[in-house]
Design a protein around this ligand. Structure first.
Ligand code: PMP
Length: 372
């Protein structure tokens, strides 16, 4: 039979035809992996999360018949209290990716450019392509310092700044963000996915700067990547527009329940976050003892620049170490495409045992005969 060709593209939106999909970090099958590649939290969520979920499902799951609260009312109110704002300053969504997507849909498009620092979270260009908007990239230098002047004059309608930054881990201070919010004339989004691991954050600044949006997630500090909950904190004028564009039930019943229970147990998270930060600093010390460079991270990952036993660095060394670790079931992240990251590996902070497995592997790698 002749093979029929169905030209589905003839009917499709040209932005989708031209775009490249986001590539998520690998989720390997099977057990036994030391998984340090997607910035998940190594500790379980608060025990109150599992008990709230059991309570919500009860024995027969009958509650699952019912739609969830369409606006995540209880969660928004709890988050509003947490940030000392009214509930109309908060919009909750299906992970912060959902929130970033809404921001891009509402504030970019043909004639309304989006901006980002490069390299940074690789979802932003995907969302921009989908909207058919121009993407303006403000490059980082080697030290990943904030180029506030470059951002302020880049002419984007909406700008995405990740702080602490990914993949460098470098955090920007509230005074740097405030200065930028004053100078940048469009909507300034501070993607604070990793802020709970940082010394400070910009959440309080939204009250002072109405064009500033802060996005947060439950995926990292709250150990709930599997539940998909994120939120935006911004002036009600912005929240109201995002609210128009979102799916009517963009946060399912169990996700609302889990996030609400998590936000209700700050004492538990204070401890787990402090553990991650302690482990991060111990890991950075170990890396400097090896004589390697590690970025000064404010997040739950560290960007390290490995050197081989001859002291050589560079993309070949980083790629070789990545592959060597993967063969030993230790998974880290390698961003080989960008010159600022191609000689480095991004390592998520795991438990002390996981980090000990990694550092033992690094010691063995350094004992290997040098490549010829
Ligand atoms: N922003 C940044 C900078 C991230 O690294 C991630 C995680 N990939 C996200 C947002 C998305 O997080 P979420 O799980 O909330 O969608």
């Amino acid at each position: 039979m002749p093979k029929k060709t169905f030209k589905s593209r003839l009917f499709a939106n040209s932005n989708v035809i031209a775009m490249h999909a986001y590539t998520p970090g690998e989720q390997p099958a099977g057990s036994g992996w030391v998984k340090l590649n997607t910035n998940e939290n190594p500790y379980p969520p608060s025990p109150q999360v599992a008990s709230a979920l059991r309570q919500e499902i009860r024995r027969d799951g009958a509650r699952l018949r019912l739609y969830p609260n369409p606006t995540g009312k209880n969660l928004r109110e709890a988050l509003a209290k947490h940030h000392d704002v009214a509930a109309d300053w908060i919009l909750a969504g299906n992970g912060s990716d959902d929130i970033l997507n809404l921001l891009m849909r509402v504030y970019s498009g043909p004639g309304r450019a989006a901006g980002m620092t490069t390299p940074s979270y690789s979802l932003y260009p995907v969302l921009a392509q989908l909207q058919g908007c121009k993407l303006i990239e403000v490059p980082f230098g080697n030290d990943f310092a904030l180029n506030g002047a470059g951002i302020a004059k880049c002419r984007a309608n909406i700008f995405f700044l990740t702080s602490p930054n990914a993949p460098s881990g470098v955090g920007f201070t509230p005074s740097q963000i405030a200065a930028l919010a004053k100078k940048f004339p469009g909507i300034l989004v501070i993607d604070e996915a990793y802020a709970p691991f940082a010394r400070d954050n910009a959440a309080h600044l939204v009250k002072k700067y109405p064009r500033l949006v802060v996005t947060r997630t439950f995926s990292k500090a709250y150990s709930l990547a599997g539940m998909r909950v994120g939120y935006a904190l911004a002036h009600p004028g912005i929240i109201e527009l995002l609210d128009r564009a979102r799916d009517s039930y963009n946060l399912d019943r169990l996700a609302q329940t889990a996030a609400l229970a998590a936000i209700g147990d700050p004492a538990y998270y204070k401890k787990t976050i402090a553990r991650v930060v302690r482990t991060r600093e111990a890991f950075r010390k170990k890396i400097s003892r090896l004589g390697w460079f590690a970025q000064p991270s404010q997040a739950n990952f560290v960007l390290i620049e490995p050197a081989n036993s001859c002291g050589q660095t560079g993309p070949d060394v980083a790629a070789a170490l990545f592959a060597w670790l993967k063969d030993r079931k230790i998974l880290v992240r390698y961003f080989g495409k960008h010159p600022l990251t191609h000689a480095s590996l991004r390592v998520t902070i795991g438990t002390d045992q996981e980090m000990a497995a990694l550092t033992a592997a690094l010691d063995s790698w350094l004992k290997l005969a040098p490549p010829r």
